[in-house]
Design a protein around this ligand. Structure first.
Ligand SMILES: Nc1ncnc2c1ncn2[C@@H]1O[C@H](COP(=O)(O)OP(=O)(O)O)[C@@H](O)[C@H]1O
Ligand SMILES: [Mg+2]
Length: 321
């Protein structure tokens, strides 16, 4: 099942320095960062723009507010706690049910109110926020994933990450939770990343750490060949996040909910580069194609059509070094 990650064609790979200098610094105005670094603010922006997000149950802003949690979630046996300034899945707790007075996390750990309060208290104190600054905790709807992903995730919701360059989707992957990632779809937590053919929305092989894998490590099901539902809608939502954020180089995280359809989870102003490994493709060439040929004033539907046409995944074997 495991094989060594194939080396990417050197000229096509976007490295960290180049990403920072030529894309993030050039196309992401500093003044717009707070809009995406604060998940509560991005949520509000998305709602204003008519883009669906997981419904908000409440916000815990102070230590004193923690006692309000049981009331906030009285009618919601399932919910998610999320530090507004967190990243890489840190500090997120997914509560999948109750057992008497205790809360059951998606990985099956039982927490009493005191333990949960302790966690929220740490989050408010900045334990999970960038720079350790004081934070607030979002309490929101727990996304219910579609049956199509059942064979490909272990306890948790897969999310689709799309890199959007000046309004053009350029590369996508789906991140699949594993036993190790504790119900979260972050690669740093041990989730699997699988590339997606931008033209069709069909998954390619996966990557776990730096290893190419063909099967999910927990469910043992093949990763490639799965059609992500509502692919065009997902691409359109991602493209529209450009206007919403004013940021020229972003990673848009989208989940597919059984009831609500595609929902935006968050926007990232410094999206990681592992998506290239998951796709066995460098980002650089795709970014250059946009710079050479794209019309940056085009409507989002035209932008999506361009991306689907230009960034079709090559036939297996043609792009490996
Ligand atoms: N409302 C939710 N319902 C279910 N799972 C969620 C929810 N919000 C986040 N998650 C899980 O946690 C992961 C990280 O969440 P995200 O909002 O992207 O924050 P981060 O900035 O830490 O990556 C998601 O990829 C998803 O797997
Ligand atoms: Mg994320």
């Amino acid at each position: 099942m495991f094989g060594r990650a194939r080396r990417l064609a050197a000229e096509g790979v976007l490295g960290l320095n180049k990403r920072n200098r030529d894309y993030i610094l050039r196309f992401n105005p500093r003044s717009r960062y707070p809009l995406v670094d604060d998940k509560l603010l991005s949520k509000q922006l998305a709602i204003q723009a008519g883009i669906a997000v997981p419904p908000l149950y409440g916000v815990i802003r102070t230590q004193h507010d923690i006692r309000l949690l049981p009331d906030m979630v009285r009618d919601h046996p399932q919910f998610v706690l999320k530090p507004a300034h967190g990243s890489a899945g840190d500090g997120i707790v997914v509560i999948a049910g109750r057992s008497g007075a205790r809360y059951r996390t998606i990985s099956g750990v039982l927490l009493d109110f005191e333990q949960l309060s302790h966690h929220i208290s740490n989050a408010i104190n900045g334990q999970f926020s960038l720079g350790g600054v004081q934070d607030v905790v979002i309490v929101e709807y727990m996304v219910q994933f579609l049956p199509v992903f059942e064979s490909l995730s272990y306890q948790g919701v897969p999310d689709v990450r799309i890199i959007v360059f000046r309004g053009y989707p350029v590369m996508a992957m789906v991140r699949l939770p594993t036993r190790a990632s504790g119900g979260k779809a972050n690669l740093h937590q041990g989730a699997v990343g699988a590339g997606i053919d931008l033209a069709t929305g069909v998954t390619l092989d996966g990557v776990l750490g730096t290893e190419v894998i063909t099967h999910h490590p927990d469910t043992m099901n093949p990763i490639a060949g799965v059609q992500v539902p509502q692919w065009d809608t997902i691409l359109e939502i991602a493209a529209r996040c450009y206007e919403l954020s004013g940021l020229g180089y972003i990673g848009v995280d989208i989940v597919l909910d059984r009831q609500y359809g595609p929902l935006v989870l968050e926007l990232n102003a410094r999206p990681g580069l592992a998506i290239q490994v998951a796709n066995r493709q460098g980002l650089l060439r795709r970014l250059q194609i946009c710079e050479e040929r794209a019309d940056f004033n085009a409507h989002y539907k035209e932008r999506v059509a361009f991306s689907k046409r230009e960034f079709k995944h090559p036939v297996k074997g043609c792009c490996q070094s």
